[in-house]
Write a new protein. Structure first.
Length: 535
């Protein structure tokens, strides 16, 4: 048993893909009397473990309509009934949760915790194939999921696998996963069910839609539920409950003489345009304890601004613009705007979430106040509970908004390639100035000096930012790289080894080499040594 535990603990996986992980502590679930019809359909689908039963349930809808809330609710309900096998919540903001590399290992690990028999079978698979969790995705699926599930399980009892935001997985991995799900699902026992949420985009739609009960009645594979933005019943119930007088009095005990009126509720329901993310952001904005004036915030949101409405194209854009303009006035100085773009740009473009302290160090700010001031009154769009907690956008629609010049006002707009250039430079500078003394001549893992979160981030992601940098900054970054490679290469390897990320070195070199080669073909005549430094 101890050996089984050790094998399973070494299985490569994404810890925060679990629906109960601490990073999902504030993940919302559907309120009572909302999504009742959909959740009833899920229950009926899950309970049908007959050979002819549908194997997959696909919730499709545009960004912000509440898909992740539904996925969290389905996971919580199934977990409470002992029917949950595994979860994987994709996120573009998290390195381990934006590729398919760790999906099978994560699902296998969760299955081993959910079922004692599966734990033994998966541990045996790892005993026979110790590297199974690091093989190609198809092999991982076969050895860690398909084969253990196919052995004499009680096929009357449902085992649910929840996959949320599949569209946030990088494309090639997403295509591989969809291929496995749709081609191998009938090799699994009929009680194994896969619940998927995604936007109705690209390869997901072209793969799953033809397999739904609407398009393949002779033997459908997928039950599709497309969420409708015209149904505002869920939004009304949610706002009415979240902004009820008891909740307002609980958050603002000293507030007297005001409660949300019927006309105000109607107005806010209309503003959401049927998007749950807008309603959820409205609640966070109105119930901001720091601002402590829900009446004023409701008035701000209900104030019609024709110019802003014409500039933006959806309820999400309009809401984000209202929140930001309420924080930053039309007469704000260039310093205030630059601080906003620098901090917010780093939050939405970083490849792993950073705390306020780590972000301050990474961007080279003079003090922590630089970051906290930029994030002040933005709790409704950026989650920042305390200075040591990783900063995360409340919803992936915010990075989309703030980095799109056609949606966001110019003064707030974050130019993604330019900001990646800045972060690439900061990462290389951090390695050069802060880590060189420790690791210039050795990769000794016994060095005791603590490596900060910003230093670790710099070592792991300088190449990712470099590959996405602006062409305008390529000459400067090329010069930095020319200085970095001969002087700090050993230092960088030593730091990676120290933080147990040595495996990142080869992919980083490959990505940097591809960047160098692309420069040579576009605008630079690289020397022979430049082209071959990274080989």
């Amino acid at each position: 048993m101890a050996a089984d535990f050790l094998r399973l603990e070494k299985l490569p996986r994404a810890e925060d893909a679990w629906y109960k992980h601490v990073s999902r502590n504030n993940a919302p679930t559907c309120l009572g009397h909302t999504r009742d019809e959909l959740l009833k359909s899920v229950d009926e689908w899950l309970s049908d473990t007959s050979p002819s039963g549908l194997r997959m349930f696909w919730v499709s809808g545009i960004a912000g309509i509440g898909k992740s809330t539904i996925a969290q609710t389905v996971a919580v309900r199934a977990g409470g009934r002992g029917q949950l096998g595994a979860t994987f919540f994709f996120s573009r903001q998290e390195k381990q949760r934006r590729t398919a590399d760790l999906v099978c290992g994560t699902i296998a690990y969760h299955l081993s915790l959910a079922n004692r028999f599966l734990k033994t079978r998966i541990a045996k698979a790892l005993e026979n194939n110790p590297n199974a969790g690091s093989e190609v995705i198809a092999s991982q699926f076969e050895k860690l999921i398909s084969e253990p599930l196919c052995d004499s399980l009680n096929t009357k009892f449902p085992i649910l696998i929840v996959i949320d935001a599949l569209d946030e997985c990088q494309e090639q991995g997403m295509i591989e996963l969809l291929g496995l799900f749709t081609s191998d699902i009938y090799q699994l026992p009929p009680n194994v069910k896969i619940f998927i949420t995604s936007r109705p985009e690209g390869h997901i739609r072209s793969t799953l839609e033809p397999l739904t009960d609407q398009h393949k009645p002779e033997r459908p594979l997928v039950l599709l539920k497309a969420l409708d933005t015209t149904d505002k019943t869920v939004i009304r119930v949610y706002l009415q409950e979240a902004l009820s007088l008891p909740n307002i009095q609980r958050v603002f005990p000293n507030l007297v003489g005001w409660e949300l009126g019927g006309s105000e509720l109607d107005g806010m329901v209309d503003k959401t345009e049927g998007l749950f993310i807008v309603a959820a952001t409205v609640v966070k904005y109105v119930m901001d304890e720091e601002y402590a004036d829900p009446q004023d915030r409701v008035a701000i949101l209900l104030k019609e601004d024709t110019a802003s409405r014409a500039l933006t194209h959806s309820a999400i854009d309009y809401l984000y613009l209202q929140i930001i303009t309420n924080k930053i006035s039309a007469t704000a100085s260039d310093h205030v705007l630059e601080r906003f773009r620098t901090v917010i740009g780093t939050v939405v473009l970083s490849f792993e979430p950073l705390s306020s302290k780590a972000l301050t160090e990474l961007i080279g700010a003079s003090s922590l106040n630089y970051v906290t001031a930029a994030l002040h009154q933005l709790n409704s769009v950026v989650a920042s509970p305390d200075l040591d907690y990783p900063l995360r956008p409340q919803h992936p629609s915010f990075p989309d908004f703030i980095t799109d010049s056609s949606r966001c006002e110019e003064r707030f707009f974050v130019d993604a390639p330019k900001h990646h250039s800045r972060l690439a430079g900061q990462c290389l500078k951090t390695i050069d100035t802060q880590l060189s003394a420790l690791f210039s001549h050795s990769i000794d893992s016994n060095i005791k000096t603590e490596i900060s979160a910003a230093q670790k981030y710099s070592c792991c992601f300088w190449d990712d930012h470099l590959s996405r940098s602006s062409p305008d900054d390529h000459p400067r970054l090329l010069q930095m790289l020319r200085e970095f490679l001969p002087k700090r290469f050993t230092c960088w390897l030593g730091a990676l080894h120290r933080v147990a990320r040595a495996a990142d070195a080869i992919p980083s070199m490959i990505q940097a080499q591809q960047w160098l080669v692309s420069l040579g073909s576009i605008q630079f005549q690289l020397s022979y040594s430049d082209r071959n430094t990274l080989v």
